[in-house]
Design a protein around this ligand. Sequence first.
Ligand SMILES: Nc1ncnc2c1ncn2[C@@H]1O[C@H](COP(=O)(O)OP(=O)(O)OP(=O)(O)O)[C@@H](O)[C@H]1O
Length: 371
Amino acid sequence: MAKITLSNLRHSYLPNPSSDDDYALKEIDLDWNDGGAYALLGPSGCGKSTLLNIISGLLVPSEGQILFDGANVTDLPPDQRNIAQVFQFPVIYDTMSVYDNLAFPLRNRGRDESVVNERVMAIAEMLELTEMLDQKAAGLSPDNKQKISMGRGLVREDVNVVMFDEPLTVIDPHLKWKLRSKLKELHQRVKATMIYVTHDQTEALTFADQVVVMQEGEVVQIGTPVELFDRPAHTFVGHFIGSPGMNVLTCEVTDGTAMFEGHAVTLEGPITGNAHAASTGRTEIGIRPEFVSIGKTGLPATVTKVSDVGRHVVVECHIGEHRINAITEGAAPAKGDAVHLEFAPDQTRLYIDGWVATEPTPALQATEKEG
Ligand SMILES: Nc1ncnc2c1ncn2[C@@H]1O[C@H](COP(=O)(O)OP(=O)(O)OP(=O)(O)O)[C@@H](O)[C@H]1O
């Protein structure tokens, strides 16, 4: 296994790129630590496959370098990078038995049959394939075929990284959760560096210790699932992660105070972006629905929709044109009710041009906890 470094990476599919918009990957500087479980999360078209193909060597980046344990591999072809890849669709040999499929990557490299047997049996046990080792792969269900594909990716001990590219696409919804937790367990047992590419936040948050969130060719935040939820660095992260996502409300900033629909809103702490940016940039308040409460005081709003989603109720309200979601576990109001909304101050942030621009005040956080 290896530490993988992406340094000053940029990639354009155009022959003569001129502006930032011409780049599928803008500026990427990233370290993937040895043995880490990473997810690369972002919507379709944000550049995930481009990044994966650059790491595997299928694409040479327009600018920058890829280093494996400090050694420059930018110009090495895929077969010299020692990488295992699991794709959306199972890549297996239908006419071979499950055992021979799993053994293939090891036999291909001339490993001893005793080593082959030991590794195949261990991986089959982890993936619950032991019972079907003698069967031909052809007759198996799509999820079992994809498990073989995963097994082929994991069977070698000497790969630099195992990359999963949307591996659960072909899996039935009711089996997805099972394979998701299986992969997490596998990482804990195998301890290989793994990169899991997906546009699905549940898959990313279940699998990864660190999630790399991408938008329009840029990495907007890297963090643990908890960090991404607790403190989104960008409105995109707040909106993309969470169900429903963070409320993002256009506001004005006057003399360091955020004004929303004529009301002063208490923020988590002072504005750190410079005053000029606050006066000229796009200013928005970010507050997650979990921290909006419905009470007798606060911003007057009208309830426009109430959705009982099981564990809690999502109450959609409007203040003028602004839609605000609140999550409540107690009695919910009804559609059409006039209510008041309160934002938990320690969870209310200002964003300037998309980026978080407040820093928490320790005193406020302590008061909130005591209160
Ligand atoms: N071979 C190509 N030639 C030209 N443009 C490309 C090529 N491949 C990707 N792109 C463009 O580069 C950008 C990033 O695409 P990429 O496939 O890396 O995103 P993605 O996040 O993997 O999306 P998806 O999940 O849909 O595959 C997109 O604007 C896409 O249209």
